[in-house]
Write a protein that binds this ligand. Structure first.
Ligand SMILES: CSCCC(=O)C(=O)COP(=O)(O)O
Ligand SMILES: [Mg+2]
Length: 249
């Protein structure tokens, strides 16, 4: 049972908190890995695709310089087929280790756009999420998302769920452009962006214990989402609230 008190701002993680990890692993990620060949063929030559490839290319160059094992460069001057093959290999390599890197997350969101808009992908949130959003909103609380998924990808999921378009509940979205979710400065950046000086007035809910530590260190209230299919929590500091359902809020 969550016993968080006196918060007027709620920040929610997506995967493992409001959305099952299985939806990400069994629907969103296979959409990218299985569809990337055809997608590259379809979108080849567009400025949007070139922009996303350039982001992947710049990240790959940083990875090579940093000595990241398995990092793959994406050439600029080469045959179209070789560039496509390098993009495909790079994306699949990053996804195999579930990297939370901005360039990859932007590319995934770019591919998912087509899927959500065509109706091939429909987002899932747990049944207890919408009632909690309604309750928080009726209490005058502001609700935000902070996820490793890119902001465009977050908005797509939130606006295309089986429960309908949930965007009306959210006042804003944050991704790792404010900083990694495991660093306390990222939560301070969000509080600053929201103009909130009393960090204890913010409740952050996530499934990831490292994100909990970071938000706690930044002074936010925190609650751990322990959803079916999440990685085992292990031993957690008993001072942290753990919720298995949002009915607890
Ligand atoms: C709309 S994001 C889709 C899931 C994803 O790619 C991701 O990285 C989610 O990470 P989170 O920080 O929400 O656990
Ligand atoms: Mg998560």
């Amino acid at each position: 049972m969550a016993n968080s008190t006196n918060y007027n701002t709620v920040i929610l993680d997506i995967e493992g908190t409001i959305t099952p990890i299985a939806f990400v692993n069994e629907v969103l990620f296979p959409y990218v890995t299985g569809g990337i060949d055809a997608f590259l063929d379809r979108a080849w030559g567009t400025s949007d695709l070139e922009h996303h490839i350039q982001l992947l290319r710049e990240q790959a160059e940083k990875d090579v310089v940093a000595g990241v094992e398995g990092a793959l460069l994406i050439p600029t001057t080469c045959t179209t087929e070789n560039i496509k093959a390098a993009v495909k290999q790079n994306v699949k390599w990053q996804m195999a280790s579930d990297r939370k890197i901005g360039a990859l997350k932007s590319f995934q969101g770019f591919m998912w756009k087509e899927g959500y808009e065509s109706g091939e992908i429909l987002g899932i949130v747990y049944d207890d999420v919408v009632p909690a959003l309604q309750k928080w909103q009726s209490e005058g609380k502001k609700i935000y998302i902070y996820s490793s998924g890119s902001v465009p990808a977050q908005k797509l999921l939130i606006s295309h769920t089986k429960q309908g378009d949930l965007s009306k509940y959210f006042s804003g979205y944050f991704d790792t452009s404010v900083g990694p979710k495991v660093e306390k400065e990222s939560y301070m950046n969000i509080a600053k962006a929201l103009g909130i000086s009393d960090k204890k007035s913010i409740l952050f809910v996530t499934d990831n214990i490292h994100e909990i530590y970071a938000a706690d260190q930044a002074g936010l209230q925190v609650a751990i989402a322990n959803r079916p299919g999440n990685a085992p929590l292990g031993l957690v500091d008993p001072s942290f609230k753990v919720v298995t359902t949002f009915d607890s809020f």
